[in-house]
Design a protein around this ligand. Structure first.
Ligand SMILES: Cc1cc2nc3c(=O)[nH]c(=O)nc-3n(C[C@H](O)[C@H](O)[C@H](O)COP(=O)(O)O)c2cc1C
Length: 181
């Protein structure tokens, strides 16, 4: 089995998560590869694909959107999982859960609907003070926002293990539309 984990990352935290997922999948599956979306010429040799992107301005990075659009006909024929890496856990506490849900729904709606996702997950990444202008930084902190590395490796491991378990089982009919799990 060949499983591709493809990622689009601006500052590296999504790339690290993608490699971590690939390593975790490789513990139980043969043929796991991890590459940036720009490096992928074709997915036709892959049995399954996991695609991840950093979120900028409420959208996937352009390279990830282009990957989905370019490979949509081939992606539609195989199991695909997607993950987004954003800053929900950096937000003031009252906004974290709702902000993540709203953003997740928006991102799911923006992906090509002819690719039926087996799962679509949002993770928090790294959000540092230098990613925000000095003026906004002060307002963000006053409102209860925080900076740091919010990657939840246990949750990432659990998601990768769930993908590995699904790939190890005989294929079941795919559901229509993009699911959020
Ligand atoms: C210019 C910019 C815009 C961002 N916009 C969003 C956003 O709209 N939603 C979000 O959840 N996170 C946003 N973030 C936070 C990033 O998604 C987060 O830092 C993530 O870990 C970046 O992944 P990367 O290190 O792979 O680039 C933004 C970060 C930057 C630098």
């Amino acid at each position: 089995m060949t499983v591709l984990v493809a990622y689009a990352s601006a500052l590296g935290s999504t790339r690290d998560i993608a490699h971590h997922i690939a390593d975790r999948l490789a513990a139980g599956l043969d043929g796991v590869e991890c590459r940036s979306v720009e490096e992928v010429e074709s997915v036709s040799a892959c049995d399954a694909v996991v695609v991840g992107s950093a979120v900028h301005n409420q959208s996937w990075l352009p390279a990830a959107g282009q990957f989905f659009a370019r490979h949509a006909p081939e992606l539609a024929k195989r199991p695909v999982w997607a993950f987004n890496v954003g800053m929900a856990d950096a937000l003031p506490k009252p906004f974290r859960k709702r902000g993540a849900e709203l953003q997740q729904a928006r991102l799911a709606g923006a992906l090509p609907q002819d690719v039926s996702l087996r799962g679509h997950r949002m993770f928090s990444g790294v959000y540092n003070a230098d990613q925000m202008s000095p003026a906004l930084r002060v307002l963000f902190r006053l409102a209860g926002g925080r900076f740091g590395d919010f990657r939840d490796w246990a949750a990432i491991d659990a998601w990768a293990d769930d993908i590995a378990a699904q790939l190890a089982k005989p294929a079941s009919p795919t559901s229509s539309g993009n699911t959020v799990t």
